[in-house]
Design a protein around this ligand. Structure first.
Ligand code: AP5
Length: 216
């Protein structure tokens, strides 16, 4: 299964990708996570990427395409993968098509998470993750069972993303509508687009995605 999760910041791409990893035993390829790892490693590319990400803008197509191309060559991607946050521009969409053609394969579906912008600002403002295992939580929408303790690993340290603030969020939404939303028509025309109601509860969104994928 080769799948793209498409949707604005906060639409639930990462949340649903993690569920799909468990259901299909294929890796989540999050370009946001990969770029944050490069930034944390302190490479020149990572440092440049961090400044762009913190402002809510897009890292250049060349850098992101190169990162993804290298990643999908790895053995754990042989049976498929979930692209989370990539492609995000039309040139990136062309690039992934070429990458897959070169491997003699193609995309199975593009799941579009449809959401309301106002709710996205609320989701992003309350989001935090476990510093140890990366499990995702929210101040009101998805709290750990025991306050201050990660359900998955028992960790007690949590962190928030520097781009999860009101100003960067406004830029991220503007960038989404200008650069990324044209991909909806692009994939519709290819017969790959599968819209899903991203405003439903997390569990219900997961069930709808499973039904969509089951019908392919
Ligand atoms: P990236 O890390 O991809 O961020 P994003 O696209 O802005 O998406 P988010 O991770 O913010 O949201 P999400 O849709 O994954 O939602 P989540 O599941 O966390 O990119 C960050 C930056 O990196 C970009 O701005 C750019 O600079 C750079 N970058 C990345 N890829 C790039 C590319 N291809 N090209 C160029 N630059 C790139 O959910 C959010 C919250 O809501 C969570 O707290 C969750 O618990 C909660 N939630 C989720 N679903 C629901 C639900 N159904 N109901 C209630 N709450 C929910």
């Amino acid at each position: 299964m080769r799948l793209i999760l498409l949707g604005p910041p906060g639409s639930g791409k990462g949340t649903q990708a993690k569920r799909l990893v468990e259901e299909h035993n294929i890796p989540q390829l999050s370009t946001g996570d990969m770029l944050r790892a490069a930034a944390a490693a302190g490479s020149d590319t990572g440092k440049r990427a961090k400044a762009i990400m913190d402002a809510g803008k897009l890292v250049s197509d060349d850098i992101v395409n190169a990162i993804v191309s290298e990643r999908i060559d790895q053995a754990d991607c042989a049976n498929g993968f979930i692209l989370d946050g990539y492609p995000r521009t039309l040139p990136q969409a062309d690039a992934v098509e070429t990458m897959l053609l070169e491997k003699g394969t193609q995309l199975d579906a593009v799941v579009e998470l449809r959401v309301d912008d106002d709710a996205m600002v609320e989701r992003i403002a309350g989001r935090y993750t476990c510093s140890n295992c990366g499990a995702g939580y929210h101040d009101t929408l998805k709290m750990p069972s025991k306050t201050g303790v990660c359900d998955k690993c028992g960790g007690a340290e949590f962190k928030r993303r520097p781009d999860d603030n009101a100003e960067a969020m406004r830029t991220r939404l503007q960038v989404y509508y200008k650069e990324t939303s044209p991909l909806i028509g692009y994939y519709y025309a290819k017969g790959l687009l599968r819209p899903v109601d991203g405003m439903a509860e997390i569990e219900a969104v997961g069930i709808e995605i499973a039904a969509v994928l089951g019908s392919l």
